[in-house]
Design a protein around this ligand. Structure first.
Ligand code: GDP
Length: 201
């Protein structure tokens, strides 16, 4: 699944024109600056796959990539638009919410959404909003803590425990959180294994 190039398929600001739901799909969500582009790049071994440091307020896109080979094992990987920018307008927030609702309800092939959360900050309002949307639309998701290289081992375990405790009542949440660092490589193999299991299922 991760042996070959991960090709960019398309970016779309709307749901009309997405790739056919002919393969399993996983998606990555998170607040802006959480480290989403860096983690997708670390995962796929490419440096230019996802552009880092997106501009707040630019067109919100669903970016589709192909992981693996169609004739063997493959999945769509979707980079969802970041949320939680301090300065975006109400109308842009509404646009994001509409797009997310439609996407989460409109992709029957969606196997899991990985919700990235900065390990130093824990769950924030925007994270809870998207988790609520997924609980309501029965879309399975898993929390990924990012940038754990910024924390000591003991602190990492504390935030893992606190996060697993906090999501206990979220019906569609996977009970285990994954700790990652794109800089040090922590958790990347664990995340790949999790994705590979979804591709095979
Ligand atoms: P995105 O907006 O969610 O796509 O976030 P980026 O991948 O662009 O990362 C935002 C910032 O966090 C950049 O300055 C990255 O260099 C930094 N960053 C991303 N991942 C890590 C990580 O694992 N560890 C550390 N220390 N910094 C990271």
């Amino acid at each position: 699944l991760f042996a070959q190039n991960c090709d960019f398929i398309m970016g779309s600001p709307v749901l009309d024109n997405l790739p056919p739901a002919d393969l399993g799909e996983i998606a990555f969500a998170g607040r802006s600056n959480v480290g989403k582009s860096s983690l997708i790049n670390a995962l796929t071994g490419r440096k230019t796959l996802a552009r880092t440091s997106n501009t707040p307020g630019r067109t919100q896109m669903l970016n589709f990539f192909l992981l693996g080979k169609r004739e063997e094992l493959a999945l769509y990987l979707v980079d969802l638009p970041g949320y939680g920018y301090a300065k975006v307008s109400r109308s842009l927030v509404n646009q994001w919410t509409r797009l997310m609702k439609d996407y989460l309800r409109g992709r029957p092939n969606l196997r899991r959404v990985y919700v990235l959360v900065d390990s130093r900050h824990g769950l924030k309002e925007g994270d809870r909003d998207i988790m609520k949307l997924m609980d309501e639309s029965a879309v399975s998701y898993q929390i990924i803590l990012t940038k754990v290289d910024k924390l000591k081992k003991g602190e990492q375990e504390k935030v893992r425990e606190a996060t697993e405790q906090a999501i206990k009542k979220n019906v569609a949440a996977h009970p285990e959180v994954i700790l990652t660092s794109s800089v040090k490589g922590d958790g990347v193999d664990e995340l790949r294994a999790s994705i590979a299991a979804l591709a095979a299922s």
